[in-house]
Design a protein around this ligand. Structure first.
Ligand code: DHE
Length: 538
């Protein structure tokens, strides 16, 4: 009885205190507003921040700060109409995806000053570190007889999980809990581990040698992230294979170096700096793609908003050396040429590709390809007419641009667009081929037409003047991203839908070999073959 009276008194005091506190911060609508602000902030973070930035200063999408809304005289209804219907600049309409109420909330949110999200120190990050299986307790050899170098890691985006599928048998081997909306997976240099990075900055280390591959370590590296890679170098400067990992964050804008085997955080480096061209301070220069060099202990780290490419030497973390290359603004995705000497990255809002020579550590070229190039990792092949080439599709137009990428053997074609191939329309994200194939595959998942976004096209590399073969690979969702199997004779593509599928095609005949289905296949997006990912084969 006495206890209950104490509890009642405590509850009353707590309630009075919360009302006082809340109304202090939000004097007008004490309880209602903070809830809605949180909802709007979350929707903005999930759906809009990737393109417009957390501080809304713009990148792939334009500046949408409250200041600019006022300058443009956009009132609530005008903003709601933009969000609902999309824009001619390429923003998709959100009607049908967001409710009318959500659209209203976001429109209101865009009229007030963007709140600055919290920072995160190395110590804050360390508090989230979870070493699930210490290294000494891990397996000394695989616990199964499967051909694990032909495993595929498949992102189950909205489920916050990654599926591991046996590429030989097409069986589901395991499903692993990861961060929210995992963006990409990368393989360790040995291939034994998959590293996943969630949009929420959660990094997960998955051990493929376990009978049922599972997490052996996890850590939250920031609040918003898209990229991760590992140390791949072994040579006279040391053996760094599987030793380090690096995560690139959108917010806070930093990259963080982790122990490759345990994910223990080692070093954090902020990217806030000055734009390469106007030399103005930028508060949110986000880390876009990262690749690991095979010939030096270095990562190539792309800083989106300041337009700089940083070559980071990870061999001495205490005396870190970074070469900062002035490139172009809004760097996004990219990959290696076939020799892995040149790194090529899209500056998508400037319609350009930027090339860095990682041997001389200098900018090699910047050239135009078309409306918003989006190469993914790109595609490399030996063209019958132009020699070694690389290609990108585009978000803004139905074109694949092909350029020479062999300045030593074919200097006349180097960094020049030598072919333009027609696709079914804009909205392409990924392209793929393989050294064992003479086919080039392209998707169109962001096209506004249902049929086109469910269609893929395949070009015969030896007859690029001929029309490609195109077909609808699914009657629902969006068909997105490719990877080959280890032998380079099968291509896997994802049907990005609540009831998702993986469709496996024979690369020679283009015939469908298998449709992997199951209620666990929730919104599959990127899917990564171990052998191709560890060796950067694309
Ligand atoms: Fe991605 C790669 C950022 C939307 C699927 N995406 C990348 C990379 C970056 C990036 C920086 C390069 C990583 C690297 O190589 O280190 N992506 C962004 C965005 O900012 C953007 C435009 C908006 C957002 O809010 O995230 C965005 N991306 C998408 C999607 O909508 C996709 C289709 C599904 C999803 O997960 O949301 C998507 N992005 C992918 C995939 C890759 C990728 C599958 C890796 C391609 C590869 O073959 O390596």
């Amino acid at each position: 009885m006495k206890n209950n009276i104490y509890k009642l008194i405590l509850l009353t005091i707590t309630s009075i205190l919360s009302v006082i506190l809340i109304s202090d911060f939000y004097p007008v609508m004490a309880v209602h507003v903070p809830y809605e602000l949180e909802v709007a902030k979350q929707i903005y973070f999930d759906r809009c921040a990737g393109c417009h930035g957390i501080l809304r200063k713009g990148a792939t999408g334009p500046d949408i700060t409250d200041k600019r809304m006022k300058e443009k005289n956009y009132n609530l209804d005008a903003i709601k109409a933009f969000i609902a219907n999309g824009t001619p600049g390429g923003m998709p309409g959100w009607k049908g995806i967001l409710s009318d109420n959500d659209i209203h909330e976001v429109a209101e949110f865009l009229q007030v000053e963007p709140p600055t999200p919290p920072e995160m120190s190395l110590n804050d990050i360390k508090q989230t570190w979870n070493l699930i299986v210490p290294v000494e307790q891990r397996l000394k050899k695989p616990e199964h007889n499967r051909n694990w170098q032909n495993f595929f890691g498949v992102i189950l985006r909205d489920a916050g999980k990654v599926a591991i599928i046996d590429g030989d048998t097409k069986e589901l081997v395991s499903i692993v809990d990861t961060g929210f909306a995992v963006h990409i997976l990368r393989s360790s240099a040995s291939g034994r581990y998959f590293y996943s990075i969630g949009r929420d900055g959660v990094t997960t280390l998955i051990d493929l040698w376990m009978k049922k591959p599972d997490r052996v370590a996890a850590i939250k590296t920031c609040h918003d992230a898209r990229s991760i890679d590992v140390s791949k170098y072994s040579g006279t400067k040391g053996n760094f294979k599987d030793k380090l990992a690096v995560v690139g964050c959108y917010w806070p804008p930093h990259f963080i170096v982790l122990d490759g085997n345990t994910l223990e955080p080692k070093k954090i480096v902020g990217t806030r700096s000055y734009t390469y061209d106007t030399n103005e301070y930028h508060p949110e220069p986000r880390v876009a793609s990262i690749v690991a060099s095979h010939h030096d202990p270095e990562w190539i780290i792309n800083i989106k908003e300041t337009g700089q490419i940083w070559i980071v030497d990870y061999s001495d973390l205490k005396n870190l050396s970074i070469t900062q290359i002035e490139a172009e603004r809004f760097l996004h995705d990219g990959g290696w040429d076939a020799t892995k000497r040149y790194f090529m990255v899209a500056a998508n809002m400037r319609n350009k590709m930027v090339v860095v020579d990682t041997e001389t550590k200098k900018l090699a070229s910047i050239f135009e390809t078309g409306n918003k190039p989006h190469p993914g990792r790109g595609a490399n092949w030996v063209d019958p007419q132009y020699g070694p080439v690389t290609a990108t599709p585009h978000l803004g137009e139905g074109v694949i641009a092909v350029w020479g990428s062999d300045p030593q053997g074919h200097p006349e074609n180097a960094w020049k667009v030598v072919r333009k191939l027609e696709t079914l329309g804009g909205g392409s994200l990924f392209i793929k081929t393989n050294p064992n194939s003479r086919h080039l595959w392209v998707d169109h998942p962001l096209n506004s037409d249902d049929k086109i976004r469910q269609s893929i096209c395949v070009y015969d590399i030896d007859k690029l003047d001929d029309k490609p073969k195109c077909w609808q690979a699914s009657d629902r969702g969006r068909v997105v991203h490719f990877d080959y199997n280890k032998d380079g004779d099968e291509v896997w593509v994802a049907v990005w839908d609540k009831n998702g599928e993986l469709v496996v095609f024979d690369d020679k005949t283009l015939k469908e070999k298998k449709r992997i289905k199951g209620d666990w296949l929730v919104t599959p997006t990127g899917h990564f073959n171990v052998h191709n990912t560890m060796n950067d084969i694309y």
